[in-house]
Design a protein around this ligand. Structure first.
Ligand code: IPE
Ligand code: MG
Ligand code: MG
Length: 298
């Protein structure tokens, strides 16, 4: 367990350090200040950037060369969260242990900061790709994967809005989860696979692993929204119920959600088995993002 903590902390410190130097805020722009406020937060797990770097490292490639590129993904993640917290969306006052962006700044600045960070993500990926002289084909492939996943995140957020307060089936909930959350985890793993030059079969196993991992991750998150503590999570529990959101534990109970969680962890494990790269750490990260989070409450 300590080995996993050390592993995460090492990767996280490189990522945090890279992101710390992102924006030139000496120009006194409130937009830069706001982007910096939400991007640089020691409470962020940096899970997505760590997943990219883990696939690269486990494929036997020098992961440190890709710190800038992998960290760029955290701008995109931060942008989705800033917009997700807005009053017109989940209306969440807290994020990562501090006031959410619109509480610290204002709604209009938060909309613009999210826009800025979406654009900055792709600008920075291209900048970093050039610095490390990444082949043109690889650049196109990873940007395509990331653009597609961003489109799917937006679709998922829209589907979730449409279902608010309405009847929904388990299958429909899983579809929303896979669109709004799992596809981005998938995209990070696939990005790592493409950078590492893995073949199409291996990328497909990574993609399956990512979708199951991300599904299990969001189910855990939804259970935590019911049983979790503000102090541990850095965000207020009860948000889903307040917003009449359709989650598995909210609609079908905690027991069913826990069974579903087990199912997706199992499916993720099956996909991982088929991978030929080193996979112990990917399995550990799956545990870290799901069961270990829930253990704090048992
Ligand atoms: C956020 O999902 C998903 C995206 C931002 C795309 P949630 O709304 O369920 O996550 P939290 O609880 O605010 O972190
Ligand atoms: Mg939401
Ligand atoms: Mg939310």
């Amino acid at each position: 367990m300590n080995e996993l903590k050390n592993y995460i902390n090492e990767k996280k410190s490189f990522i945090d350090n890279y992101l710390k130097n992102s924006f030139n805020i000496s120009d006194d722009s409130v937009l830069r200040e706001s982007a910096d406020y939400s991007t640089n937060n020691s409470n962020s797990k940096r899970l997505r950037a760590i997943l990219i770097l883990t696939v690269i490292e486990n494929s036997g490639i020098d992961w440190k060369k890709y710190i800038g590129l992998a960290s760029s993904i955290e701008y995109l993640q931060t942008a989705t969260l800033i917009h997700d917290d807005l009053p017109c969306m989940d209306n969440s006052d807290m994020r990562r242990g501090k006031a959410s962006n619109h509480k610290k700044f204002s709604e209009n600045i938060s909309v613009l900061t999210g826009d800025f960070l979406f654009s900055y993500t792709f600008y920075n990926i291209l900048k970093e790709s050039e610095i490390i002289k990444m082949p043109y084909e690889t650049i196109v492939r990873i940007n395509t994967v990331l653009f597609n996943s961003l489109n799917r995140i937006i679709a998922g957020q829209t589907e979730e809005l449409n279902f608010r307060g309405n009847n929904i089936t388990e299958k429909q909930i899983i579809k929303i989860i896979q669109d709004k959350t799992a596809c981005f985890i998938e995209a990070c793993l696939v990005t790592g696979g493409i950078i590492s030059g893995l073949d199409d079969k291996q990328i497909k196993y990574l993609s399956d692993f990512g979708i199951y991992f991300g599904t299990a991750y969001q189910i855990s998150d939804d259970i935590i929204d019911i049983i979790g503590s503000e102090k541990i999570e850095g965000k207020k529990p009860g948000t889903d119920k307040r917003n009449h959101l359709c989650t598995l534990p909210g609609k079908f109970g905690k027991k069913k959600a826990l069974n579903s969680l087990k199912k997706y962890i199992h499916l993720a494990g099956n996909s991982l088995e088929k991978l030929t790269i080193k996979k112990e750490m990917l399995n550990n990260l799956l545990y870290f993002a799901t069961e270990e989070r829930l253990k704090k409450y048992s």
